[in-house]
Design a binder for this molecule. Structure first.
Ligand code: ARG
Length: 424
């Protein structure tokens, strides 16, 4: 708990149970005079804002809504340059948190708040992501649910006792986090990793196989998706359109055991149709335009970048350095990829680029020459050399083994002779 807290605290506010109980607690337990709720729009369903606004009004607190969709959508498209996934998850929640944290910090500073608060528990990733941003400021940081060790059961009882406006008690069967890039569903029976979820957990995706196969063309400029089927469209609309279209084919469902930052494993279900289309298309285009060694090295860079993205450490010096490499590679990732949407899959089925590191005649079965100055039979020397060192190493190892075996046989005979002698 902070020393002698006074003034106003800005609370990351969703209107759910956790953040609702935080409001009276910040006054009663922490001693703040006022709480302002801040809800940041990163593409949640509209009803979440209505609920947040109604709850804020019922609680009698000031409520701000910040539209950060464009900024967030840009960040999502940046993550595609890094083929950004963590254990198969395209980082929707992870990438949204720093954007939300910054937006809340700005409101807090404008409103002259002395502290920032969130309703995260002490078990998850979001507390770490929020605080990584907030602790760059001078403001106090408060996490009532974590610091007071609250449980959902306690929160429900407290809410009932205080007559707090919490509709439906625990806010629904599952814990859901939705933004433009992904929808995550966790909790309840999904906590059993063996439980096979039914269709009812999905909202963005239809059961695979229920729509007529279609193709979609995605155009990239320097690694950034800029057009769908030849139509230029801004980042927010591009993502929304692909979510809709690919979602109809059941694209982008994942069910993973996720290793959280604190070491806990959590069973997570996600829907991310647009992310899957864009990630698959982008990787296909990189396959056309990057050299073999750029691709191999970039995989390592991408993995490190995704790790920082998952941690919410988007400003870490390592992140900045990795991005410098990624940006350099993306100067060639310009072109168009055709993706087939079908049966839960988004499969790249065609790609083109002016930067293609590809020569049809060089690779063709129908032409003898590779290029003007390289003939097929120039490969004979290469073929002779190929594996030379391995052959040498294996030969050396085999001859050492044979020598040792011979020595053991000789030595063995001598030894048994001696033993015989000794016995005699
Ligand atoms: N595990 C994911 C992450 O840490 C998302 C969690 C989303 N929260 C939820 N209540 N479904 O990025």
């Amino acid at each position: 708990m902070t020393q002698d807290p006074t003034g106003t605290v800005a609370l990351a506010f969703s209107g759910g149970l956790d953040t609702t109980v935080c409001v009276p607690l910040l006054k009663e337990e922490y001693g703040y005079d006022d709480v302002v709720g801040v809800t940041v729009d990163v593409g949640q369903p509209k009803k979440e804002f209505d609920e947040a606004a109604e709850t804020a009004e019922a609680l009698g607190i000031d409520h701000y809504v910040v539209d950060a969709r464009a900024e967030f959508a840009d960040l999502c498209l940046q993550s595609v340059k890094a083929n950004g996934t963590y254990q198969g998850y395209p980082l929707g929640t992870a990438l949204a948190r720093p954007v939300i944290a910054n937006a809340i910090l700005e409101v807090a500073q404008e409103q002259g708040c002395t502290a920032l608060a969130h309703g995260c528990t002490g078990k998850g990733n979001d507390q770490l992501r929020f605080e990584a941003v907030w602790r760059t400021s001078e403001l106090d940081v408060i996490a009532p649910v974590r610091e007071l060790g609250l449980t959902r059961k306690w929160e429900n009882e407290y809410a009932a006792e205080k007559g707090l406006p919490v509709e439906g008690g625990d806010g629904g069967r599952w814990s859901v986090d939705t933004n433009l890039w992904s929808r995550s569903v966790e909790g309840s029976e999904l906590e059993d990793p063996a439980h096979v979820p039914g269709e009812e957990i999905y909202d963005w995706t239809r059961p695979p196989g229920n729509a007529e196969t279609e193709t979609v063309e995605v155009t990239f400029e320097e690694g950034e998706a800029v057009a769908v089927d030849g139509e230029e469209v801004d980042a927010v609309d591009l993502i929304a359109e692909l979510n809709e279209r690919a979602g109809a084919h059941g694209v982008g469902r994942s069910d993973i055991m996720e290793d959280r930052m604190l070491g806990l494993k959590v069973r997570e279900n996600y829907e991310h149709p647009a992310a899957t289309v864009l990630l698959n298309a982008h990787e296909a285009l990189e396959g056309l335009v990057l050299t073999q060694e750029e691709r191999a090295f970039k995989q390592q860079v991408d993995q490190q970048w995704a790790q920082k993205g998952y941690q919410g450490l988007v400003d870490a010096p390592l992140t900045t350095a990795l991005e410098a490499f990624i940006e350099q590679t993306q100067t060639k990732v310009t072109g168009t990829v055709t993706v087939k949407l079908d049966g839960g899959q988004a499969r790249p089925v065609g790609r083109e680029s002016d930067y293609a590191v590809y020569s049809e005649s060089a690779a063709s079965f129908n032409e003898a020459a590779v290029t003007d100055d390289i003939e097929q039979n120039d490969a004979t020397g290469v073929a002779k050399y190929h594996g030379f060192q391995s052959r040498l190493a294996n030969r050396v190892a085999a001859s050492v083994a044979a020598r040792e075996a011979a020595a053991a046989t000789d030595g063995g005979e001598t030894e048994s002779a001696e033993t015989d002698d000794a016995e005699e």
